[in-house]
Design a protein around this ligand. Structure first.
Ligand code: SAH
Ligand code: SF4
Ligand code: F3S
Length: 480
């Protein structure tokens, strides 16, 4: 172990002092992640930073010296779940007083010192841009000091850090391409917890994707809160408004469409996915690139949030229902086989029955393949909390949400039924939960397929004939 830690020290971090790595030698860190894919991706960066300083990761809470929980603030329920986990960790600390508990991510950023100083249920607070400081923060706790870093950065992208793939299946991986968000949707806490939007150097993204491919990975998902606004111009990626660039500057810049094409060209055997697209920013140029390459998966997550123009305006989403429908038409025109999913919020401030019907009508128009659906949850300090009244009664929100979910379930089932009798190329990711003798993977359209294992392996591309389905899964049999 000693040799391995030293190598990681030099390769990843370089700056670790001998003293630090001796102190941390064999110290075990347990990391739990909540929230969006970006948080799971960030935890891999955290693991890389700490293993670079001599720590080992563990999947067993009982053997941990340091417990880190990477948190989400998107809805009140998300924060409540994390609070329950912090109670469990504090029980563990009663048995083992030297255990260090750290809170990372969006809730750390939102609550700043509250969990440490007022509630006294954690030892470390580190916001999303402070992970390079984690070894120091632990060292401060070792010395009996308070350890907080919630400084947000305009530049940090962790571009040089090679993530340690946690709980990896060795086939699929996330790559962050932007951090933060500049959109200021009125309901959303993300711009406050993640800070200003910044794009990551395209060279480092391509190098990471190539490295994953060389290691046997067969699918990468490019992550950002709004991937379509990815833009790198000049040597330091100086963010400018694309529309204000000269023709020459435009030619030299890397847009999301260009980045996507470069990643797709790494190998036809490497599938590329992306999330999340923003309806106001998704361009025809990007859709053309998507259509051109078979290995760019035919699946777009394009959250609509609401089907009502009045609500979309109050949400500050930057598009109308007509604009959104135009984007859907374009996607279906260029890629008839493309799957589309959405996020929908029920019961946003002032939402009337008519607004709600507009949302249901939008769902009928698009017929989403999947959906992520939520009750509106007021978040402290957002514009909606400061300016509007959370005036839709809980029972009305819940009834509307139930109607939205029922419609989505019906659409998902219809879509899956339409896939029966067709053949799809499936990238195998794991053994099925149902049986050792079955494999599970996904189609390009992101639908899960389960089929008998025969002689196939995880990481294989297999052509599967679909024989049956449930609401969430396709069942099939390999054909050649
Ligand atoms: N950047 C992505 C979404 C990130 S948050 C986008 O713009 O689409 C994921 C989803 O959580 C959002 O799409 C929204 O549907 C939901 N969400 C965000 N804030 C919420 C809130 N206050 N209450 C309920 N749902 C919320
Ligand atoms: Fe939140 Fe809107 Fe940014 Fe998405 S685009 S993260 S919903 S502010
Ligand atoms: Fe949650 Fe933060 Fe992601 S609030 S959804 S973890 S950006």
């Amino acid at each position: 172990m000693e040799f391995q830690n030293k190598v990681i020290d030099e390769a990843v971090q370089g700056t670790a002092t001998v003293l630090e790595s001796k102190n941390n030698e064999g110290r075990k860190v347990y990391i739990e992640s909540y929230g969006c894919q970006m948080n799971f991706s960030d935890s891999e960066i955290v693991a890389s930073i700490l293993t670079g300083k001599g720590y080992q990761t563990t999947q067993h809470l009982e053997e941990a010296d340091v417990v880190l929980v990477n948190t989400c603030s998107i809805r009140d329920k998300a924060e409540q779940t994390i609070r329950q986990r912090l109670t469990v960790f504090n029980k563990e600390k009663k048995k083992k007083p030297e255990l260090i508990i750290g809170v990372l991510g969006c809730m750390a950023e939102r609550l700043k010192t509250q969990l440490l100083e007022e509630e006294k249920i954690v030892d470390i607070v580190a916001g999303p841009d402070a992970y390079r400081d984690l070894p120091n923060l632990v060292a401060q706790v070792d010395e009996g000091k308070r350890a907080v870093n919630v400084i947000l950065s305009k530049e940090e992208t962790y571009a040089d850090i090679s993530p340690v793939r946690l709980l990896s299946n060795g086939v699929t991986a996330f790559i962050s391409i932007t951090r933060g968000c500049d959109n200021m949707c009125t309901f959303c806490v993300v711009p406050f917890t993640r800070g200003r939007e910044r794009s990551r150097n395209p060279e480092s993204i391509l190098a990471e994707a190539q490295d994953l491919f060389n290691k046997g990975f067969r699918e990468v998902t490019l992550l950002g809160q709004n991937v379509d606004s990815y833009l790198w111009y000049g040597e330091d990626g100086l963010k400018k408004n694309y529309e204000t660039l000269s023709e020459e500057e435009k030619a030299q810049s890397t847009t999301f469409a260009k980045l996507m094409e470069k990643v797709a060209l790494i190998s036809p055997q490497l599938r590329v996915r992306f999330s999340t697209s923003h309806p106001k920013d998704i361009t025809d140029e990007f859709l053309e690139v998507m259509a051109k390459y078979d290995n760019i998966c035919k699946y777009i997550h394009l959250p609509v949030q609401s089907g009502s123009n009045c609500i979309l305006e109050l949400m500050n989403r930057g598009y109308t229902r007509e604009w959104y429908m135009n984007r859907i038409d374009k996607i279906k025109e260029i890629m008839p086989d493309c799957a589309i999913s959405s996020d929908i919020i029920a019961g946003f401030c002032t939402e009337t029955e008519e607004d709600h019907q507009d949302t249901l009508a939008m769902m009928d128009y698009v017929k989403y393949d999947f959906g992520y659906m939520f009750n509106y949850s007021e978040r402290p300090n957002t514009l909606a909390q400061r300016k509007f009244k959370d005036d839709v009664p809980q029972e009305v929100k819940s009834r509307r949400l139930a109607e939205i979910i029922a419609k989505q379930n019906q659409h998902s089932l219809e879509r899956n039924k339409a896939y029966v009798g067709k053949t799809f190329e499936v990238l195998v990711e794991k053994t099925s939960k149902r049986s050792e003798n079955e494999l599970a993977g996904r189609t390009s359209q992101n639908t899960v397929v389960v089929f008998p294992k025969e002689n196939y392996n995880i990481g294989d591309y297999v052509t599967v004939f679909i024989t049956d389905c449930t609401g969430g899964t396709l069942l099939g049999k390999a054909v050649g």
